[in-house]
Design a binder for this molecule. Structure first.
Ligand SMILES: [Zn+2]
Ligand SMILES: [Zn+2]
Ligand SMILES: [Zn+2]
Length: 264
């Protein structure tokens, strides 16, 4: 059997968010139960595979995994890779899967390049729609649109277990036809839930994400169990007593929580 454990559910910078005094952030500072780590999951097959190397990885894992799948080159998804280096656990050729472009960026730029020179990581490039077989499960990367200015690209991952399938799409700019069909094709989907609505931040056009409320409309008739993750500190869904949370749950959707586990 394969199991996916949810390790983190926040936008890259976590909750609380540095420099922010909003109610969600102040609540999280006062109550550790309300802190959220950056979005990541762990697949347990015969081995243990991390998806997204977050700056919170030292709280999310207690041991070196057997492999790590990277989605893209932003703060919450890449920088945790440094914890596999000599200043930390000094991993021994940890297989790290990424796009060809991201593989080259890691190899050629410090401080990440030292991970390759010191053989802490063994970089492996993945290709759109080409499955990586593990023991029981298989992992298939799909290119998704997210900040086209990022030349290294962005991936969502589909995990097929012996019985069920899961999509991990932590960061997408919009719910394109492709993303929507990837969601509809699986049993469980972890979907970009950064913002509930477009009025949460001033510069929303600079950081496009599908709003949770629009995704709920688009996916209302989907058979997939949809959990929203990658929540920004401004998102009212962070408050379990909010009207937004009530609307989400009464429509049959959920907010992903750290510690949730999903059997595949
Ligand atoms: Zn992100
Ligand atoms: Zn805040
Ligand atoms: Zn991103």
């Amino acid at each position: 059997m394969s199991t996916v454990e949810i390790l983190g559910t926040a936008q890259d910078a976590g909750v609380p968010h540095l420099g922010c005094r909003c109610e969600n952030c102040e609540t999280a500072r006062a109550d550790p139960e309300r802190t959220r780590y950056a979005s990541a999951i762990l697949l347990e097959d015969d081995g243990r595979y991390l998806f997204d190397a977050t700056p919170d990885v030292r709280f999310q894992l207690t041991e070196i995994p057997d492999g790590a799948f990277l989605t893209h080159a932003h703060l919450g998804h890449l920088t945790g890779l440094l914890y596999f280096g000599r200043e930390s656990v000094d991993a021994d050729e940890l297989p790290v899967y990424a796009t060809l472009g991201l593989r080259d960026v890691i190899r050629e730029n410090e401080p990440l390049g030292s991970l390759v020179d010191d053989r802490n990581v063994d970089l492996r490039s993945v290709v759109d729609d080409a499955a990586v077989p593990l023991t029981e499960a298989s992992v298939t990367p799909f290119r998704v649109a997210h900040r086209e200015s990022l030349p290294t690209g962005t991936l969502a991952y589909r995990i097929d277990g012996p019985n069920r399938s899961l999509l991990y799409a932590s960061d997408v700019d919009t719910l394109t036809e492709r993303v929507e069909s990837l969601i509809r094709d699986v049993d469980v989907a972890l979907v970009d839930g950064t913002f509930w609505s477009r009025d949460e931040i001033d510069r929303v056009e600079d950081v496009p994400h599908p709003t949770v409320s629009s995704s709920m409309d688009a996916l209302a008739d989907a058979d997939t169990e949809v959990l929203f993750t990658h929540l920004n500190h401004t998102n009212p869904l962070l408050d379990p007593g909010s009207d937004a949370r009530e609307r989400l749950e009464s429509a049959g959707f959920r907010v992903a929580d750290r510690g949730d586990s999903i059997e595949l």
